[in-house]
Design a protein around this ligand. Structure first.
Ligand SMILES: Cc1cc2nc3c(=O)[nH]c(=O)nc-3n(C[C@H](O)[C@H](O)[C@H](O)COP(=O)(O)OP(=O)(O)OC[C@H]3O[C@@H](n4cnc5c(N)ncnc54)[C@H](O)[C@@H]3O)c2cc1C
Length: 399
């Protein structure tokens, strides 16, 4: 049986996130954008509403029966109003708390998860470096064991929440000379706020996502107690790929939120804006552009919802299946759809698209992030192509 309708519970989740986004984020979004202002109190309010607990066990403050479907619905609704404000779902829950839940010890879970879920502490995950992006295994940050601690040296770049985060997950090489580079990678829970041996600073020269902090870490003999190793030494690559497989989906949902923003705002504008004595919505070329935006949005949303449904099904039924292809397909398509929709929105808004009075330019700037973050569009294409060639079932007549 296939059922495309959202359950009553999921409709309520969506309504709650929608109301929150329009009542708490929207009223100040343009001034916040201009000031590049991040509001930690919004994260706490989201935490209080249970937004960051849908994948987290009850004992750590979560409400796991809501699952990934709830997470993507909320990411989409929030990003519809502000793409920047879709990020905390990954920073608080999917990238940090869920990863600790998946790979951590009981002590780590008890110590770190509840305050990420409540929004009292701000999380992050630090993979990327100045010379290591898509090729994660090539990272240069080292974590060498010294007694009962690991000593980190190196630099992380483009890390969401770096300069405001309390704690998060940092990836580093415990065996820089491993025969295969990915085998030398390990993951750590790092408490970086005002800590000795680490400098966190903001990246000011960003193109978009102005209300979401992005920064860098410079580790210089920064010490992590051995009990903060996540999983075992050498598990880092596996942990990183699992983390990205999950955060990627929420990112895809944010792209869907942006494509819907483009569609809805462009439609409203096209009905109001008059040229040649008629609303521009009456011109066939504008209609074609709106129809194309709808198509892009509808297809992207279906792919994202399907990948979230599949995640929850695999979890619920305790299966060993992977969700990789569903997620990469959703991420690749929704990133392209958001960019295409934002480009069309800029055209429909004409010169007002070029103005900061209207949000079309913001949608375009924010949409550009989705082809880069959580694995670029080329990387998603590579994952899909490998699967198509090596694993996809090809049907034919029975032998
Ligand atoms: C706003 C923002 C927030 C971010 N937040 C975080 C965060 O919280 N944590 C974190 O760790 N990182 C974060 N990142 C970093 C992001 O994940 C990386 O930028 C991304 O993984 C790509 O790495 P790169 O920029 O070094 O590009 P590169 O890997 O250098 O890629 C450059 C180009 O080459 C292409 N390319 C690379 N390898 C291949 C290949 N094998 N085949 C075909 N094409 C290829 C890429 O697709 C891309 O087009 C963030 C980035 C941004 C912009």
């Amino acid at each position: 049986m296939v059922d495309f309708a959202l359950s009553e519970e999921m409709q309520m989740v969506r309504e709650t996130a929608r109301d929150f986004a329009w009542s708490r984020i929207y009223p100040t979004i343009e001034e916040d954008e201009e000031a590049h202002r991040f509001r930690p109190e919004i994260v706490r309010e989201m935490g209080e509403l249970g937004f960051f607990g849908t994948l987290i066990d009850e004992q750590y403050g979560g409400n796991p029966e809501l699952g990934m479907m709830a997470a993507v619905l909320m990411s989409e609704e929030t990003a519809r109003v502000s793409a920047s404000w879709g990020l905390p779902f990954n920073m608080q829950m999917i990238g940090s708390a869920l990863t600790i839940q998946n790979f951590g010890t009981d002590a780590q879970k008890e110590k770190y998860i509840p305050q990420l879920v409540s929004g009292e502490k701000l999380g992050y995950f630090a993979i990327t470096e100045p010379n290591s992006g898509s090729d994660v295994a090539s990272m240069g940050t080292t974590a060498l064991k010294k007694g009962d601690r690991y000593v980190l040296n190196g630099q992380k770049m483009w890390i969401s929440n770096a300069q405001v985060g309390d704690y998060g997950i940092t990836f580093a090489k415990t065996d820089p000379n491993a025969d295969k580079p990915h085998r030398g990678l390990s993951a750590f829970i790092t408490e970086t706020k005002d800590a000795k041996g680490v400098e966190a600073k903001a990246i000011e020269s960003k193109f978009g996502l102005f209300c979401a902090p992005t920064g860098e870490f410079a580790f210089s003999d920064y010490e992590v107690p051995e009990e903060n190793l996540l999983g075992k030494e050498g598990d880092g690559f596996k942990i990183c790929m699992t983390l990205l497989g999950n955060t990627r989906l929420s990112c895809a949902a944010r792209a869907v939120g942006v494509s819907r923003a483009c569609l809805e705002d462009s439609t409203k504008y096209a009905k109001e804006r008059t040229q040649f004595g008629k609303p521009i919505a009456s011109f066939q070329m504008i209609q074609e552009q709106l129809a194309e935006m709808w198509l892009e949005h509808a297809a992207a949303e279906l792919l994202v919802w399907k990948a979230a449904w599949n995640y929850d099904r695999i979890k619920r039924e305790g299966l060993k299946e992977r969700n990789t292809i569903a997620v990469s397909t959703a991420k690749l398509y929704s990133a392209t759809a958001a960019m295409r929709s934002a480009t069309l929105a800029m055209k429909i808004f004409g010169s007002y698209g070029f103005s900061t009075e209207y949000p079309a330019a913001r949608y375009l700037r924010d949409a550009a992030s989705y082809a880069v973050v959580e694995g670029t569009s080329n990387i998603q294409t590579t994952i899909i192509a490998r699967w198509v060639i090596d694993e996809m079932q090809i049907t034919g007549p029975k032998a």
